[in-house]
Design a protein around this ligand. Sequence first.
Ligand code: SOE
Length: 383
Amino acid sequence: MTRPLRVAMIGYGFMGAAHSVGWRQAPRVFGLPAEVEMAVVVGRNGKAVAEAATQWGWQESATDWREVIGRDDIDIVDIVTPGDSHAEIAIAALEAGKHVIVEKPLSNTVAEGEAMADAAARAAERGVKSMVGFTYRRVPAVTLLRDLIAEGKIGRIHRVRASYQQDWLVDPAAPLSWRLQKELAGSGALGDIGAHAIDLTQFVTGQSVDRVSGTIDTIIAERPLADGSGTGSVTVDDIALFTGRLSGGALASFDASRFATGRKNALAIEVSGEFGALAWNFEDLNSLQYYDGTADSRAQGFAQILVTEPVHPYVSAWWPAGHMLGYEHGFTHQVVDLVGAIADGAPLHSSFEEGLGVQRVLDAVERSSAAESAWVETRSAVA
Ligand code: SOE
């Protein structure tokens, strides 16, 4: 029998916790084609990473990712560090022959993303798999939404509305975390959560966002440093608004904000087509709204499909029909798909190439905003 696939996770913040849940649950709940072992978690602070290892069930902890990547007993490298180290770690891991999963967004810049996609393509020739953690694709209702569009249920796509709203930066006392520094995070709301809205749009429609026009804004430019030693500059956007033209011709609008007062994690997408529409939002993540424009006109209206049945994607491995899933299940499904691709050669989506595509859209939005070419003075007035 072949030995288990042994995983090293680099990083151990919020996403480290979420990925750990995925690695722990997937082999227990799904019949995976290979055994998986949570071998080692890596971080710079030895004491803190050792505690994380104990809490989440990793066999050991380490402080030097290069040494871990060089180990023969490691098969998969899971990267959950801030974006500034994604390219270096992922390329080194791929060149060492390790399968790689990296948190979104793929990289901080298009140039890094291109180097990563090149490294992934070269590694793929040797059977090495790579994946970007666009987890929301793997929410059963989102996968179903994609499947129904692909089957033609709503016909030609006319319009997409994608929005991701959070409010954790409304408080001026919120400290200057790494997510607010361009050199660490790449961008702000745009890349952190707008990337999900772009990815979902491209995933469910099967179309690329080919052109954009956008505006980004920073509302609070100076924030307290986490260690209390003063303040520092916010160098990323707080809000990103943009429109996009899809490869099939339809218009899409995108709205990403970490200043949406009262909205905690409101990711939503609605796709309007010639025969109907489909809508999903994270706050009701087991439901898919479906409007069938071909139904008897007296009985038309958005219907709620509860995506909790064994016929639905990923669901049959979990609970009896009708029992709900949550945020963490997407991370488990991500592991199921990656291990399936490694062990059985099952097709894998959210490739580095797709991650690079999202990166190109993020970059285009920033360039569009800097150019301000879309602004037209209106001479409107209010009383
Ligand atoms: C922070 O805004 C964040 O954790 C994102 O980075 C994640 O991708 C999203 O799932 C939740 O919000």
